[in-house]
Ligand binder design. Sequence first.
Ligand code: ZN
Length: 447
Amino acid sequence: MKINLLYLFLKEYYLARRVNRFKSIEQIKQYQEEKVRLHLSKIVPLSPFYQKRFEQHSFSEWRKLPLMDKSIMMKSFDELNTVGIKKKEAFEVALASEESRDFSPKLEDVTVGLSSGTSGNRGLFLVSQEEQVRWAGNILGKVIPTSLFFGKKQTIAFFLRANSNLYNSVNNPKIAFHFFDLLDEIENHIDRLNRYQPTIVVAPSSKLRILAQAKKEGKLSIQPLKIVSVAEALNAEDKLEIEEVFQQKVHQIYQCTEGFLAYTCPHGTLHVNEDLVIIEKEYLDKQAGKFVPVITDFTRTSQPIIRYRLNDVLTEGETCTCGSHFMTLKQIDGRCDDLFYGKRIKDEGVRILFSDFIRRAIISSSDVSLEYKVKQLTFDHINVELSLPDINERKQVQMTIKGNFEQFFKEMECVLPTISFSTYQAPPRGIKIRRVERCFQIEGGIV
Ligand SMILES: [Zn+2]
């Protein structure tokens, strides 16, 4: 690591371990505003896209900028990024590296990655070496249980759909990173985990659940100090199961290609990284604290993210007693396109139905933890996939689920759709699990 990069890493790591340096929300807000303005003064001259957006506004009026999202970002890729990389060449590099599963190629020192998504809808992201090093410093400062300099060596098992230089940037005598390809066989994962004995395991929740199962069966013999869930929303029931088996809290990193957004503190509360991003809330249901986040990241320089609307639904949390004043989240609900729509009885208008209620209708139907998937196929049809080989048990659970849905739709004052059942189909390896999914769009819908 070059000296200036090492300095950057240490600085970021040091600051990230001291998030409690902010003594009040006002202090955080002031810090953020200063950082955003400084950031804009650096990136806007390099980005024709943002120059245009700021034609009518001064930097302090950044909150007046129109929102952007993944499709706008992809459409304006060439004019938006500040490193002069063209979409066509970036796609070529990213696809070639995914196919060969050799993740070293870069374009002019910038790592190019592809976000997950259906083909044609995949996002491209660019991260410079400096950004990587800062990312690593920040994430390690917040996630590693002991100090990197005085504590024991940490061995981290990191499960990812695709590795990238992003993660290889963290390897030194105090810390070892082992990359686990999510597309690999579970038996190989178990072998390697038993061999490396990681102190920290970072994986999507569906993988953590499989590992918990393997540990319960005696195949997996690891005792990590910390378990971190990434990439997928962590459901309450998965969390409980993993915590029971590994006898510890599951921590969460809420990270997407758009940035490292939140992490759990020692008290287990999810805090937004307000030292890196500003989150504006677009409320879906203010009373329930449900909102879509609009993020402004004042650390991303290669591909600046200013007022970017994520395709996620979050629930506000309460003040945490850990001492951090960073905004808290009760949960990450899932994607906007996984919200169900109900038809209101009184006027046939649309009502948003949040996925935690849908999940609860399923989970509460059985004492055992169920493998399931719920799809809303149309306004009038919900299909529930269940993995329950015993016919009698299955009948019983199905009846209870139907009853739960009847009750739920009545409470929501919505028309009860047809509820059908089928056998649970696990997603192909490496594909994110979505337990609750809506399969249709409506005009004027929220996404
Ligand atoms: Zn906290």
